[in-house]
Design a binder for this molecule. Structure first.
Ligand SMILES: Cc1ncc(COP(=O)(O)O)c(C=O)c1O
Length: 356
């Protein structure tokens, strides 16, 4: 006998990436930013008065909304803050999906989406991206009430052009909400924020975990029409974001100069790492995110993953269709990337001596 709803009893939970600790590790497995957040973030946390902790925080995170509105050139009422981007995904699935109200998404993609569908007991409709990660035409005919497009996509790093996303939103009008998960968009050359104003069925999801180096804080936000935001507000917890997080995230988004500097550093290391991996014989498609998906040619990716882990270099391996011959590698600092490249050279060299 189980106390759980049958769908909860049956489902598998989300499996997060390892969070190993220690001085000697090289951690390139969960797409965190390798650089610290703006120094203004710690100042802002230190400046929070005891009174702000004694009282409940602003339920609409007004200070953050004002700043995010300026950065994204939208009205503050078009922004909804949340406890990490993951919470926004939960709020959206709870708002639009249920029995007979499917969730759809192109795959391979973020493995949280099917978990959210299962916990809401709604059908999760998966439609495969084509070989080059273009949008599959079948996505238009799923009958889903919510469609999630991860853009840039994880774990491929691929990017669907905003004009194509606009066409999709247009097709869905009156039928389905389109949520564009832009958790990694800070590292891309374009974004879809403007589509949230032009379409009454588009939600843009942003995370402060990646571009702003605040994964430990748990802060994200959505951009959408005022009407959609008002609906989503009914579903969220009243005080879903705490006072310390609001102060810290506000300081981070205000410091655009620091943020943009870090983004450029990650992009430049992404290019260097991509070239170096290609020189080592990996196939590495262009990535618009802070990670790359490297395909092992003539090598066993699972074996390479094990060997890296043994050397305390952590990357991500997915034993799943289309991914089982690849390693997903977060772009680290120059030293971290060099440590990875050195280890891979040793592993490939040893492989060459034995397996070939
Ligand atoms: C594709 C994607 N969306 C959303 C998130 C959620 O990010 P967070 O909850 O840290 O803001 C992640 C986290 O890794 C992600 O990979």
């Amino acid at each position: 006998m189980s106390y759980f709803r049958p769908n909860i009893e049956k489902m598998n939970g989300y499996v997060p990436g390892l969070q190993p600790t220690g001085d000697k590790i090289t951690k390139l497995n969960t797409n965190e930013n390798p650089y610290p957040p703006s120094p203004k973030v710690m100042e802002a946390i230190g400046g929070v008065s005891p009174d702000r902790l004694r009282r409940y925080p602003s339920s609409t995170c007004d200070a953050f909304r004002e700043e995010a509105a300026k950065v994204n050139r939208v009205p503050p009422e078009s922004i909804l803050c949340c406890n990490g981007g993951d919470e926004m995904l939960t709020i959206a699935v709870r708002s639009f999906c249920g029995e007979g109200r499917p969730l759809a998404y192109p795959t391979p993609t973020y493995s949280l989406y099917p978990v959210l569908a299962a916990s809401q007991n709604c059908p999760g409709i998966e439609v495969e991206f084509d070989e080059s990660y273009n949008l599959p035409g079948e996505l238009l005919h799923t009958g889903a009430k919510l469609t999630i497009l991860c853009n840039p996509n994880a774990p491929s790093g691929s990017f669907v052009e905003p004009s194509v996303v606009q066409r999709l939103a247009g097709e869905f009008k009156g039928k389905s909400v389109l949520l564009v998960d832009e958790a990694y968009v800070d590292f891309a050359s374009k974004n879809c924020a403007h589509l949230a104003q032009a379409n009454d069925n588009v939600i843009i999801l942003r995370s402060m975990s990646k571009g702003y180096s605040l994964a430990g804080l748990r802060f994200g936000y959505a951009i959408a029409s005022k009407e959609l935001i008002r609906g989503l507000e009914k579903v969220k917890d009243s005080y879903n974001v705490d006072a310390l997080s609001i102060a810290a995230a506000t300081a981070a988004i205000k410091d655009q100069e620091y943020f943009l500097g870090n983004i450029e550093k990650v992009k430049s290391e992404r290019a260097r790492l991509t070239n170096a991996l290609c020189d080592l014989g990996f196939k590495v498609p262009e990535s618009q995110a802070n990670f790359i998906l490297a395909q092992c040619i003539d090598r066993n990716a699972a074996q390479a993953y094990k060997e890296l882990t043994r050397r305390e270099i952590y990357v991500r391996y997915f034993d799943l269709p289309r991914l089982e011959d690849k390693l997903r590698i977060t772009v680290g600092t120059k030293d971290e990337n060099d440590a990875l490249l050195k280890a891979l050279k040793e592993i490939l060299h040893a492989d060459g001596d034995t397996a070939r």
